[in-house]
Design a protein around this ligand. Structure first.
Ligand code: ADP
Length: 401
C-alpha cells in the first residue's frame, strides 16, 4: 500500500487544529479542531470531506486525550491514524530561530532546540512541543516533521534582520527580526507567480497576510528579503488586537509614568491594542458595518489600519525596486474588498490600480483584481497553510525514504 497521507497538526496551548491530506492528488480528507483543552468542557468539531460536520463536547484534559479523540473521529470515517497509508505527521512550529531554515524531521536534538527557543516564543513553542511529543507517543514509527513559521524568513539579509541596537547585547539574548506567518508567505508568493504564469524565481511579490494577526513581506524571486513581524509577532502592521509598530519608548513611559508592569504592557500591546484597542472591535466585517453607519471611532481605526498598510506597501516597493505583484491573503485580505481598495488607493504612480468590478467579486480561487493593462498585478490569493505544511512534510519524507 502506498504511503501518501499526511496528518497536519497545529497545536496551541488549549487547542489542536488538524487536517488529514492525501498527497497523491493534494486532497483534503478531513479537518477539525479541538478547543478548550484542559477546561471543564472541551469541544471537538470534525468535518470529513464531502460529509457532514460532527460536534462533540466533553472532557479533554490534555493534548494526549485531544489527539486520541481526533484519532477516534478519523477512525469513524475509515481514516484511522493506525493506517499504513499515513506517511508522516507534519507539525506547525511557530519559532525556529535562526537555526531552522527548512522543514526538519524531529529527533531529540531538534526537540531540544525548539525547547531552547521557548524564551523568544513563550506562548507557542511549549504547545507545539507538547503536540509533537504526543504524536510521537501515538505513532513512534512515523516521521514527525516540524515546519517552522520563521523558516521562510531566514533568507532575509542582515540589514533587514538586525535591529540597530548594541550587537553584543542583541546576540546574547537572540534579539533579532525572525518574522512569522512564513508558511503562508511562502505559499502565497509561489501561488501568485503561478497565477501570473511565471516561475517564482522571476517574480517579485509583496505579500499582505491580513488575518487577525497580520504581516507583510517582500519576496524577491521566491526568497524573502524583508517582513514586518520581528522578534515576536507584535511588530509591523496594525492587527486585530496588536499595536504593530510603535516608538519603544512608549513602554518605558507607561512603566515610569503609567505605573504599569512589563506583563501589563505585554497584555495591552498584544491583546488590547490594534483594531480592538482603537474601536472595541477586531472583526473587519463589524468595523466596516460601523464605518458605513457613520461611526467615527470605527472610521479612525480603519484609517489607521490602512495608513500603516500603505506605508508597508511603499517601503517594500522601495526594498524590492521592481514589483510584479501585490497579493492580499488571509481572512481580511481575501474577503474585505474595501480594505484592498483603500490600501492601493492613490498608488497609481507606483503602477498599482484596483479594478472596482473585479475587486467586488467574491470567490475562493486566486484571482487578479487589477486591470489587464496594469503595470503591477494586484491579486487575491487564498492562503492554505495546512496544504503547505503537508506538501513540505511529504517532500521531505519522500526525499529521505
Ligand atoms: P487568524 O489570524 O485567526 O488565522 P484569519 O486569517 O482567519 O485569522 O482572519 C480572521 C479575520 O478575518 C477576522 O477577524 C475578520 O476580521 C476577517 N474576516 C473574515 N471574514 C471576513 C469578511 N467576509 N469580510 C471582512 N473581514 C473578514
Amino acid at each position: 500500500m502506498s504511503r501518501t497521507r499526511v496528518l497536519v497538526l497545529n497545536s496551541g496551548s488549549s487547542s489542536v487544529k488538524y487536517q488529514l491530506l492525501d498527497m497523491r492528488g493534494s486532497d483534503r480528507l478531513a479537518m477539525g479542531l479541538v478547543e478548550r483543552i484542559g477546561e471543564e468542557t472541551s469541544r471537538l468539531r470534525h468535518t470529513p470531506t464531502g460529509g457532514l460536520s460532527r460536534e462533540w463536547s466533553g472532557s479533554v484534559p490534555d493534548h494526549d486525550a485531544a489527539l486520541k479523540a481526533v484519532a477516534a473521529e478519523l477512525a469513524k470515517d475509515g481514516l484511522g491514524l493506525d493506517s499504513p497509508e499515513l506517511a508522516a505527521i507534519g507539525h506547525r512550529v511557530v519559532h525556529g530561530g535562526k537555526h531552522f531554515t527548512e522543514p526538519t524531521v524531529v529527533d531529540d536534538a531538534v526537540l531540544a532546540e525548539i525547547e531552547r527557543l521557548i524564551p523568544v516564543a513563550p506562548l507557542h513553542n511549549p504547545a507545539n512541543l507538547t503536540g509533537i511529543r504526543t504524536a510521537q507517543a501515538l505513532r513512534p514509527d512515523l516521521p514527525q516533521v516540524a515546519v517552522f513559521d520563521t523558516a521562510f524568513h531566514t533568507t532575509m539579509p542582515e540589514s533587514a534582520a538586525r535591529y540597530a541596537i548594541d550587537v553584543e547585547t542583541a546576540d546574547a539574548h537572540r534579539v533579532r527580526r525572525y518574522g512569522f506567518h512564513g508558511t503562508s508567505h511562502a505559499y502565497v508568493s509561489r501561488e501568485t507567480a503561478r497565477l501570473l504564469g511565471r516561475a517564482p524565481e522571476d517574480v517579485n511579490v509583496i505579500v499582505l497576510h491580513l488575518g487577525n494577526g497580520a504581516s507583510a513581506s517582500a519576496v524577491r524571486g521566491g526568497r524573502c528579503v524583508d517582513t514586518s513581524m520581528g522578534l515576536t509577532p507584535l511588530e509591523g502592521l496594525v492587527m486585530g488586537t496588536r499595536s504593530g509598530d510603535m516608538d519603544p519608548a512608549v513602554i518605558f513611559h507607561l512603566m515610569r509614568v503609567g505605573g504599569m508592569s512589563a506583563d501589563e504592557i505585554d497584555t495591552l500591546l498584544n491583546k488590547r491594542s490594534g483594531l480592538i484597542g482603537l474601536c472595541g472591535d477586531n472583526d473587519m466585517r463589524e468595523i466596516r458595518r460601523r464605518v458605513d453607519a457613520g461611526d467615527e471611532r470605527a472610521r479612525l481605526a480603519f484609517d489607521i489600519y490602512i495608513h500603516r498598510l500603505k506605508k508597508y506597501i511603499g517601503a517594500y516597493y522601495a526594498v524590492l525596486g521592481r514589483v510584479d505583484a501585490v497579493a492580499f491573503t488571509a481572512g481580511v485580505g481575501e474577503n474585505a474588498a474595501p480594505v484592498r481598495e483603500a490600501a492601493v488607493a492613490g498608488l497609481e504612480g507606483l503602477g498599482l490600480v484596483v479594478d472596482a468590478g473585479l475587486n467586488a467579486v467574491r470567490a475562493d480561487r486566486a484571482r487578479l483584481i487589477s486591470p489587464a493593462d496594469a503595470r503591477v498585478a494586484v491579486a487575491v490569493v487564498p492562503t492554505d497553510e495546512e496544504m503547505e505544511i503537508a506538501t513540505q512534510t511529504y517532500a521531505l519524507v519522500e526525499k529521505e525514504r
